[in-house]
Design a protein around this ligand. Structure first.
Ligand code: COA
Length: 259
């Protein structure tokens, strides 16, 4: 079974993060598969919506940190697929849906700000520990998150690194509804079927109007990526990644003043 399972179910293209032993952490290859599948689904008239879902009781633990460590010293190959995926997100024309159970870390949360409908289970936990990792927000989250959640909540999440439970994300407006774990996939498929039954021209036009200027979002993704790639090579990030791999707390004290 592939680390990303791509399946057509009714009107939905179901994209499942399927690497449960690593909490569905995303590798460059997985981002590549996701980007290819989305591009293919966009072309296929039988697909009305793309739907992201996890496996093994988790959505995703975000980017694979071992790959971040490798990316800090390679020629950019590792990051190419990550960038291909995030730059595609604002360009997607068909609705994107997500069903979040358990952990949604890093891109597992920032991806949701590009989704049109988000459902979560009561145990869902949203977290973007970019700053703790010596990194900066990505996928236009520095633009979209303050817009959707308000500046204070976005700062708490993106900079303080607080974990938001499902109910708080529902109150904040990102999560449409909290549903039972057994109902999550069915809820996504029902929503996709409801969208498939709409007049397609009106649906596409309404979505385009609601999403506003996607060039602004794309520009922010580029700006963030330029800073992110530099940060990835910083001593702070290396210490954070190394600490994760070695299963110890990071120690930034010796780096004070280096930034
Ligand atoms: N990258 C690579 N491997 C990861 C991972 C990630 N983002 N998240 C989890 N894993 C791996 C762990 O290394 C572990 O592998 P092992 O069994 O070979 O040792 C396995 O998945 C299970 O994770 P573990 O940490 O034991 O589970 P947990 O329930 O105690 O904690 C998390 C889960 C997600 C809270 C914790 O793994 C974590 O903080 N992960 C990093 C999240 C992150 O910072 N992502 C990047 C965002 S930009």
């Amino acid at each position: 079974m592939s680390d990303i399972e791509v399946r057509r179910v009714g009107a939905a293209q179901l994209l499942r993060f399927n690497r449960p032993l690593k909490k569905n952490a995303l590798t460059g290859a997985m981002y590549g598969t996701l980007a290819d599948a989305i591009a293919e689904g966009e072309r296929d008239p039988k697909v009305a919506a793309h739907a992201f879902i996890g496996s093994g009781g988790e959505f995703t633990a975000g980017n694979d940190i071992g790959e971040f460590l490798a990316a800090a010293s390679d020629d950019g190959t590792t990051l190419r697929n990550v960038l291909r995926f995030v730059t595609l997100l604002p360009q997607v024309e068909k609705p994107m849906l997500a069903g979040v159970e358990g952990l949604a870390v890093g891109v597992g949360t920032t991806l949701l700000f590009h989704c049109d409908l988000v459902y979560a289970t009561a145990n869902a936990r949203f977290q973007t520990p970019f700053v703790d990792l010596g990194l900066v927000p990505e996928a236009a989250s520095s633009l979209l998150m303050p817009r959707r959640l308000g500046y204070g909540r976005a700062f708490e999440m993106l900079v303080l690194g607080s974990t938001f439970p499902a109910e708080r994300m529902r109150e904040a407006g990102l999560v449409n509804a909290v549903v039972g774990a057994d109902d999550l996939e069915v809820t996504l498929l029902k929503a996709a079927a409801a969208l498939a039954a709409k007049p397609p021209g009106a649906l596409a036009a309404a979505r385009r109007l609601m999403r506003g200027d996607i060039r602004e979002v794309s520009r922010r993704i580029e700006d963030e990526a330029a800073i992110f790639v530099k940060a990835l090579r910083s001593p702070e990030a290396r210490e954070a990644f190394q600490a994760f791999v070695e299963k110890r707390p990071p120690d930034f004290s010796k780096l004070a003043g280096d930034a």
